[in-house]
Design a binder for this molecule. Structure first.
Ligand code: Z5A
Length: 205
């Protein structure tokens, strides 16, 4: 199976596109797990509740909570499904920690890298789709959908750093990462996702 992650700021359309992609793969007879972070396993969902509810954390504690949730997710859901031959479509993964806790909240790159080593071993996404759109547009979309969580309330400057953080990741890892213009309508974004999967992974979509 392939491990595909969707990344980007608030309201970029990750969940919308992950749902559609997973449904199309399933319809094509591909075994698929659609999952998300923080979350994706029972213990990880409990940590998600801690992370998204009001309150504040020491920044390293917060990063380690994301990695603790990720470890549960990887060991109990992602690795077993990949080993069974499924494709895993994951809404956010370790790049979100580098963008939010790193570019957003000052976590050092080498601390992030050490936490990745410890938590993930050799697991890396095969392909990362970074859905990119202006901060104001993303926040407006997210606001239209549900009450703001702790991260959505952090303000436009914070979200601008997140966007720049994802661009940095894409520059550093051009083979794994593809930046897609997410300001277009959902249909056009999906067409660019399927085109990317055909080119990069030979997907028959
Ligand atoms: N976080 C972190 O800090 N560190 C980490 O390591 C990880 C996460 C893994 C999880 O929140 C929070 O945790 C997240 C980062 C932090 N920050 N926040 N907030 P979440 O899982 O609840 O939410 P999210 O990941 O940010 O996703 P989102 O805001 O729900 O957005 P989305 O999934 O990208 O978008 P969507 O739900 O598909 O669409 C949002 C709305 O826009 C919805 O009404 C759609 O119908 C609409 N939409 C979607 N696509 C379009 C297009 N193309 N045009 C117009 N409207 C659209």
């Amino acid at each position: 199976g392939y491990f595909i992650t969707l990344e980007g700021g608030e309201g970029a359309g990750k969940s919308t596109q992950a749902r559609r992609l997973a449904a199309a793969l399933a319809a094509a007879g591909v075994p698929v797990l659609r999952t998300r972070e923080p979350g994706g396993a029972a213990g990880a969902e409990r940590i998600r509740d801690l992370l998204l509810s009001p309150g504040s954390w020491d920044s390293l504690t917060e990063a380690m909570l994301h990695f603790a949730a990720r470890r549960e997710h990887v060991m109990r859901s992602i690795r077993p499904m990949l080993a069974a031959g499924a494709w895993v479509i994951c809404d956010r993964f370790a790049d979100s920690t580098l963008a939010y806790q790193g570019a957003g909240q000052g976590l050092a790159d080498d601390t992030w890298a050490r936490l990745c080593d410890l938590t993930l071993g050799d697991l890396q996404p095969d392909l990362t789709l970074i859905l990119d759109l202006p901060v104001e547009a993303g926040l407006a979309r997210a606001a239209g959908r549900s009450a703001a969580d702790r991260y959505e309330k952090l303000g436009a400057d914070f979200h601008a750093r997140i966007r720049a953080g994802f661009h940095d990741i894409a520059r550093r890892e051009p083979v794994r990462c593809v930046v897609l213009d997410a300001a277009r309508d959902a249909e056009a974004v999906y067409a660019s996702i399927t085109e990317t999967l055909r080119q990069r992974l030979g997907a028959k979509l």
